[in-house]
Design a binder for this molecule. Structure first.
Ligand code: SF4
Ligand code: SF4
Length: 233
């Protein structure tokens, strides 16, 4: 478009009033339905949106505060501090949990490397990307905002635009590559099919069904859970 044609468009629109449209507002038409042009387009299966911190099915937090996600982040936008679990009331399985967890969305480039690095699938990315901020504090998501609720669902923050039903299909996430690089694992979801509904592998191989628990004096390992205990007898 040339210089004068541009002015012609401006003059043509002059006096038409406000032309800015509300973003996919989801307004109902006279039939009580959302018209197609007012509906959001379906999101790609593996869209990278804002993160969540997941829980196991029993409600325990998956994050163990190891800081691998923070270490791998190219934008240096994750801040994690770990703390020791209270043995009588642990927050996560194992020794430590994520005590402080923050992601700065003014920096995040949604590369997913943090997700790839996480050993427990604690941090994953949803498809929720329709959010904006008017101050820096809102842009820095804290653990209280990132942690899924007791039903495994992300928290709907006031500045995020998601409609009823969108929170039910927020993940569909899988690793881009098998951790071993083996092609037979391509497209295989290695863990929860949906965010927050983590399936913790049963504690196999520790004792046979019906067998009594090991005597505390003879079992010095202190192991009570975890997939890496699979060969422990
Ligand atoms: S998606 Fe990438 S940039 Fe964003 S927090 Fe994770 S590693 Fe950092
Ligand atoms: S989210 Fe994962 S990688 Fe990051 S500190 Fe927690 S357990 Fe470690």
């Amino acid at each position: 478009m040339g210089y004068f044609e541009g002015f012609a468009v401006t003059l043509k629109k002059w006096g038409e009033g406000v032309t800015t449209k509300e973003y996919r507002a989801g307004k109902l038409d006279s039939k009580g339905e959302i018209s197609p042009k007012d509906q959001k387009a379906p999101k790609p299966e593996r869209a990278h949106g804002r993160h969540v911190l997941n829980r196991y099915e029993d409600g325990m937090e998956k994050c163990i505060g190891c800081e691998l996600c923070a270490g791998v982040c190219p934008a240096k936008c994750i801040y994690v501090r770990g703390a020791d679990n209270q043995p009588e009331d642990p927050t996560s399985p194992g020794e430590r949990f994520g005590f402080v967890y923050e992601i700065n969305y003014l920096r995040c480039i949604h590369c997913d490397l943090c997700v790839e690095a996480c050993p427990t699938q604690a941090i994953t990315e949803t498809k929720l990307f329709e959010f904006s901020f008017t101050n820096r504090e809102d842009a820095i998501y804290t653990k209280a905002e990132l942690l899924v609720d007791n039903d495994g669902l992300p928290q709907h923050l006031p500045w995020e635009d998601w409609r009823p039903g969108e929170d039910e299909f927020t993940s569909g996430w899988m690793r881009a590559t098998a951790s071993s690089g083996k092609v037979q694992y391509e497209n295989t979801v290695g863990w929860s099919g949906e965010l927050g509904y983590g399936v913790r592998a049963p504690e196999m191989g520790q004792r046979h069904p019906g067998e009594s628990p090991p005597d505390a004096d003879t079992d010095q390992s202190g192991a009570t859970s975890g997939e890496d205990q699979g060969s422990h007898h």
